[in-house]
Ligand binder design. Sequence first.
Ligand SMILES: CC(C)(COP(=O)(O)OP(=O)(O)OC[C@H]1O[C@@H](n2cnc3c(N)ncnc32)[C@H](O)[C@@H]1OP(=O)(O)O)[C@@H](O)C(=O)NCCC(=O)NCCS
Length: 156
Amino acid sequence: MDQKIIDDVIFRKADDKDLTNLYRLEIKCFREDAYPPQLLLFYMRFPKNFFILAEKIPEKIIIGYIIGIIEGGEIGHIISICVDPGFRRKGIGSKLMIMAEKYFVEERVCISKLEVRVDNEEAMKMYKKLGYDIVDILKRYYKDGGDAYLMIKKLC
Ligand SMILES: CC(C)(COP(=O)(O)OP(=O)(O)OC[C@H]1O[C@@H](n2cnc3c(N)ncnc32)[C@H](O)[C@@H]1OP(=O)(O)O)[C@@H](O)C(=O)NCCC(=O)NCCS
């Protein structure tokens, strides 16, 4: 994939060597819900994965990431997305989402789905702005018993 540059941020594939810094960002974004490093590594190695980092240059600091996978050859699943709190509201989250959706379409996948905590207003606002609709509520989806909305977007 080509590296794309928006101002001083590049978007590139995640690599095993990024794991330590990626996990640091994961903790910042998700605290007790953070994925363990082994799970991040699992997704890096998942077949048909889209695991892309946003990296601030020239410092080379990881400031965001998205994980998307293709399930059953038919559904694109946004597994996780996170932007460093210091770099939010600059369009990085939307850019990562749009890149993942483009990947799904290139793989002939026309549905994108994701889960979001029912009280995660920020993320939900972004998803709605990008065209996602709530189609279901998933009771006790999170390990602390919290509920999620299932959101879907038709891509093609
Ligand atoms: C959700 C998240 C990835 C958004 O990243 P971001 O880079 O700030 O998103 P964008 O700048 O592309 O925002 C796109 C739109 O979403 C909405 N939005 C995002 N954050 C918002 C906030 N704090 N308050 C209100 N609206 C918000 C706005 O409509 C925004 O557009 P605008 O800035 O032009 O008004 C980021 O807040 C994050 O990492 N949150 C913690 C992790 C998380 O919750 N991930 C999702 C789990 S399902």
